[in-house]
Design a protein around this ligand. Structure first.
Ligand code: NAD
Ligand code: ZN
Ligand code: ZN
Length: 348
């Protein structure tokens, strides 16, 4: 099959790799219809996350059709359209039971193979899905493929970030980073009732989208976020910062903007060895700090009833569509934020 594979730092390849096959009875094979290119793929692409095998099919966001199931798969059959979270999960271990599906003891991240072990990703014609019954979800009626794709990662992650920030209607919040995940976090803060949400980024089209979702945009290249937030909160700082970037600069900014007793909720993937703030700074702010991977499978279920209502807003983030063969161009445009690109998908 054809796939976009990792070769080396900033080098991907559109190439033929072996077709996946059923290796265990609880596996399913999915024919990918659309696959997302995510900010998390950029950490791999730029070599900020290391260790991935050369030749691994990239990507962890996909929607597709079941074409084959192992003997033990009972929830799905050939022809079913399914959504997947970006990690697999068993549904029965301690962490699955406490809804932290992303930390399932058997979890695997799509698009991550190391020393020959692991899973190929979704930027390919086919994907093998282990523990298919507990990992996959049917693409229900009323949910478009595009919104379903975002439910498997970006929307669930944005919503998780907002829930971790303990949103109250009368609070003041900052969302740092207006990529697809940050924009979904803004939508989630609004769904959870927040009236005053500031959105910080430096990409005009993304800030424009943030404003469409009801946030007050701040361009950190042309405006001073600290001055604006200080003034807006009578010098206190915001109740919570939702950090959706994953860099030292953003983390530092979050610390500067949060009020004493406030929360920083981080879903940005951090690849540096140290925090951007010291323990004493956290102590002196009585800070609540929440960080981690989104238990997307749990949120997919939880949010699915709301999906038809928000389908149009959610799918509006997908600004670019490419054929799988043009996947490398999709990475370039998405990475450089060219052509007002917010989110790119590949038709596989
Ligand atoms: N925790 C999880 O489960 C999970 C899931 C999905 C994505 N992520 C992570 O979330 C982050 C965002 O993902 P995305 O797909 O939206 O990425 P993206 O690259 O599309 O967006 C990141 C945005 O942050 C902005 N930015 C960069 N530096 C900034 C700064 N100092 N202050 C404010 N904004 C800044 C960029 O201009 C860009 O618009 C990434 O780190 C990604 O790996 C985490
Ligand atoms: Zn992703
Ligand atoms: Zn589990």
């Amino acid at each position: 099959m054809k796939a976009i594979t990792f070769q080396d730092k900033q080098t991907l390849k559109y190439e033929n790799i072996e077709d996946p096959s059923i290796l265990k009875d609880d596996d399913a094979i999915v024919k990918v219809h659309i696959a997302g290119v995510c900010g998390s793929d950029l950490h791999v692409y730029h070599g900020r996350e290391t260790g991935i095998d050369c030749g691994t099919a990239m990507g962890h966001e996909f929607v597709g059709e079941i074409i084959e199931t192992g003997k033990a798969v009972t929830h799905f059959r050939k022809g079913d359209m399914v959504i997947s979270p970006f990690t697999t999960n068993c549904g029965t271990c301690y962490f699955c039971q406490i809804d932290l599906t992303c930390r399932c003891v058997h979890n695997q991240l799509y698009g991550w193979r190391e020393k020959g072990e692991g899973l190929h990703g979704g930027q390919a014609e086919y994907v093998r899905v282990p523990m298919a019954d507990s990992t996959l979800m049917l693409l229900r009626e009323g949910i478009s493929q595009k919104a379903g794709l975002l439910l498997g990662d970006n929307f669930s992650t944005g919503y998780y970030c907002a829930e971790q920030a303990d949103i109250q209607s009368n609070g003041t919040y900052v969302v740092l980073g207006c990529g697809s995940v940050g924009l979904m976090a803004i939508l989630a803060t609004k769904m959870l009732g927040a009236e005053r949400v500031y959105a910080i980024d430096a990409v005009p089209e993304r800030l424009k989208k943030a404003a469409e979702f009801g946030a007050i945009p701040i361009n950190f290249k042309t405006q001073n976020p600290i001055e604006i937030i200080t003034e807006a909160t009578k010098g206190r700082g915001v109740d919570a910062v939702l950090e959706v970037v994953g860099s030292k600069e953003a983390s530092r900014m979050a610390m500067n903007l949060v009020r004493p007793g406030g929360t920083i909720s981080t879903v940005g993937v951090h690849t540096s060895n140290h925090f951007a703030f010291s323990p004493v700074e956290a102590y002196d702010k009585n800070l609540t700090f929440k960080i981690g991977r989104c238990p997307a499978r749990y949120y997919m279920e939880k949010l699915s009833d709301k999906m038809p209502i928000f389908d149009k807003q959610i799918s509006s983030l997908i600004t670019h569509e490419f054929d799988l063969k043009d996947g490398i161009e999709a990475y370039h445009i998405f990475d450089k934020k060219e052509d007002a690109c917010i989110k790119a998908i590949l038709k596989c």
